[in-house]
Design a protein around this ligand. Structure first.
Ligand SMILES: NC(=O)C1=CN([C@@H]2O[C@H](COP(=O)(O)OP(=O)(O)OC[C@H]3O[C@@H](n4cnc5c(N)ncnc54)[C@H](O)[C@@H]3O)[C@@H](O)[C@H]2O)C=CC1
Ligand SMILES: O=C([O-])CC(=O)C(=O)O
Length: 338
């Protein structure tokens, strides 16, 4: 099914997804592989020609997911690991994707997940520091604005933090922005890419519609509605799932898309640029040292952090609302590790 030519057909909805222009392939681990995101993410990564080996870990269910996914007829090898096999799961791994942790229910904010997810993420990051200290870590678990500083702080404590290797996955905001703008503009999502900066929760999600040819003409009520939908797209899914969790399938798509972008950068492809939440100098002078903006991905992870560029007056307002909230979320994560 996924011969070279069919893989190209399958990748057609997005030319940046599952492109395999480079020769090297990589061992990838998914921590939380048994969950709502972890399962479809593992399937999508099994289909990515740049993945040579998949290591699936969860405190429950990963060996079953691995047995299932391993029957897919692509070249990569798949292994599942049980709760007491975290170190084995991480051996030789170059990229670690973390969707482990609890999701929201209606009425909760992402920050309400902090008490449960902070220690899950910290413990997983400690294991990565011990077994695969040079790995690139892609954090999906919420609240991302805090879990990324927790991962960074944990690695720092272990003496192995490399700011080029730690990423908060904000790709779902970018995916939603393109999709929702396409619907408003009557265009294809392939033509409505939007840079989304800031963080990953309500007002910290700042879409830069003025920098998009389709987005810049949208004003007034239509603009306010579109921004609100991008900022609160996660709530839309939480409400519709009615207590059964949050976005899983679109998140798996976004997680696989970001992983593929990173793998292409690691393989030497030039010009791979996408927003991601990283250790960043952009607002360091305001005490905010993690921020999502366009990042070029290269042979060693973060290659270049792009500035946010020219903002409209409305976007200046969104950014002003983002920064204090983001600062609070980052400080909460740091305080947890300190
Ligand atoms: N960054 C983003 O854009 C998004 C983030 N999320 C977040 O992703 C996380 C996971 O969401 P779902 O997959 O829907 O939840 P889920 O509950 O379906 O799956 C979570 C999985 O993590 C596992 N897990 C718990 N503790 C673990 C540990 N110590 N080690 C390994 N695995 C562990 C559980 O056994 C479960 O299989 C949530 O925190 C959610 O808020 C969800 C959607 C978008
Ligand atoms: O809304 C949530 O809790 C999950 C999430 O981060 C998203 O869908 O953007």
């Amino acid at each position: 099914m996924f011969s070279r030519s069919v893989a190209r057909v399958w990748a057609a909805p997005s030319s940046r997804f599952f492109s395999a222009s480079a020769a090297h392939r990589t061992k990838v681990a998914v921590l939380g592989a048994g969950g709502g995101i972890g399962q479809p993410l593992s399937l999508l990564l099994k289909s990515d020609p740049l993945v040579t080996s998949l290591s699936l870990y969860d405190i429950r269910g990963a060996p079953g997911v691995a047995a299932d996914v391993s029957h897919v007829d692509t070249g990569s090898e798949v292994n599942g690991y049980a709760a007491d096999q975290l170190d084995q799961a991480l051996e030789g791994v170059k990229v670690v994707v973390i969707p482990a942790g609890v999701p929201r229910k209606p009425g909760m904010t992402r920050d309400d997940l902090f008490n449960t997810n902070a220690s899950i993420v910290r413990d997983l990051a400690s294991a990565v520091a011990r077994v695969a200290p040079d790995a690139h870590i892609l954090v999906i678990s919420n609240p991302v604005n805090s879990t990324v500083p927790i991962v960074a702080g944990t690695l720092e404590k272990a003496g192995v933090f490399n700011p080029r290797h730690v990423f908060g996955v904000t790709t779902l905001d970018v995916v939603r922005a393109a999709r929702f703008l396409a619907a408003v503009a009557g265009a294809s999502p392939n033509d409505t890419a939007v840079t989304v900066v800031g963080g990953h929760s309500g007002p910290t999600i700042v879409p830069l519609l003025s920098q998009s040819s389709h987005g810049k003409g949208i004003t007034g009520e239509a603009y306010d509605k579109l921004v609100h939908r991008i900022q609160f797209g996660g709530d839309e899914v939480v409400k519709a799932k009615d207590g059964a969790g949050s976005a899983t399938l679109s998140m798996a798509y976004a997680g696989a898309k970001f992983t593929n972008a990173l793998l292409r950068g690691l393989n030497g492809e030039k010009g791979v640029i996408t927003p991601t939440f990283v250790k960043s100098p952009l607002f360091e002078d305001q005490g905010i040292d993690f921020f999502s903006s366009n990042v070029e991905l290269g042979l060693d992870g973060v290659k270049k952090i792009h500035p946010i560029g020219q903002l409209s007056a409305a976007e200046e307002g969104l950014l002003a609302a983002c920064l204090p909230e983001l600062k609070k979320n980052i400080e909460k994560g740091k305080a947890f590790v300190a």
